[in-house]
Design a protein around this ligand. Structure first.
Ligand code: SAM
Length: 291
């Protein structure tokens, strides 16, 4: 029986065998702690019928744990140097497949259609490269993919923002963008010591479960996000000032006052105090001022 890939001596042996050197620019920090790996996979609540998508398998430490708990794992890896290594380390797991691709350029929907069964439970499970965390998460949330959710390790500060509740210091337009599509919770806090090389930042595992319908039904999605972004444009400014500095034309000032009055939102509030539902109500009520 081979040792787990994540056992530190085993990871070192694999890296030495292939003379692999880490590329910081690709966010390469590999996991060397079995407990964390077991815990990440547990958070995905996979069954033996589940499919899993991994982003950035590295040398396969997490892939192997997912493969033991799912029917099939398809992993996207950008770094060509890792392909022969993965072929070796994942050889005991016939239910794994590695695709050499930048996840941001991949047609994930087509891959799901090709590699998984129709209606199969699919989760994304990953220790994400930190330099592209947000674009990857937003791609997965907005492409209307047939996935149940995402369990991923990310930088702690980003996780705090994604899961932040209204009125907290971490709540911003990204919190709303994510929570519009999914429920978000931080499920594991992770020390730097479980990685090689150790990153400079602390990490958290976040679990996003996709909603059947967006958190709020709005008339115009693009305008909803415009209002959200505009309301956070300058954190210290009131909603009133932010809306008049880019979202609503200044000549519609009087109409803006009427609308806010009608929907019962105090113009002196700051964007960070509004719930997703309030932003929905606000953008619907403002729509006629810009169209
Ligand atoms: N899963 C492994 C582990 O936990 O030990 C490695 C995780 S490491 C934080 C991130 C991985 O993502 C690396 O293998 C890196 O080469 C890969 N990667 C970086 N950018 C990527 C991209 N745009 N698309 C796919 N993989 C990427």
């Amino acid at each position: 029986m081979r040792k787990d890939i994540s056992v530190p001596q085993q990871t070192k042996a694999i890296l030495d065998k292939y003379g692999f050197t880490f590329k910081k620019s690709l966010g390469q920090n590999f996991l060397i702690d079995k407990n964390i790996l077991t815990n990440i996979v547990a958070q995905a609540e996979l069954t033996e019928e589940s499919g899993a998508i991994e982003i950035g398998p590295g040398i396969g430490a997490l892939t192997e744990h997912i493969a033991r708990n799912a029917k099939k794992v398809v992993a996207f890896e950008i770094d060509q140097r890792l392909l022969p290594i993965l072929q070796d380390t994942l050889s005991p797991y016939g239910n794994t497949e590695v695709i050499h691709s930048d996840i941001l350029k991949a047609d994930v929907k087509a891959v799901i259609e090709e590699k998984f069964e129709k209606g199969q439970d699919i989760m994304v499970v990953a220790n994400l490269p930190y330099y592209v965390t947000t674009p990857i998460i937003m791609k997965l949330l907005t492409e209307n993919l047939p996935i149940r959710g995402i369990v991923c390790m990310i930088q702690k500060e980003v996780a705090d923002r994604l899961a932040a509740k209204p009125g907290t210091k971490d709540y911003n337009s990204l919190s709303i963008a994510v929570q519009y599509y999914a429920t978000a919770e931080t499920v594991i806090k992770v020390p730097k010591t479980v990685f090689v090389p150790q990153p400079n930042v602390d990490s958290s595992v976040i679990r996003l479960i996709l909603r059947d319908e967006p958190a709020v039904k709005v008339k115009d999605e693009a305008f909803f996000f415009e209002v959200v972004r505009g309301s956070f444009a300058q954190r210290r400014k009131t909603l009133w000032n932010n809306l008049l500095s880019g979202v609503i034309p200044k000549e519609r000032k009087a109409d803006l006052e009427t609308v806010l009055n009608e929907i019962g939102i105090d113009p002196k509030r700051r964007g960070e105090t509004l719930t997703v539902e309030e932003f929905g109500k606000l953008s619907d009520a403002l729509l006629h001022l810009v169209k």
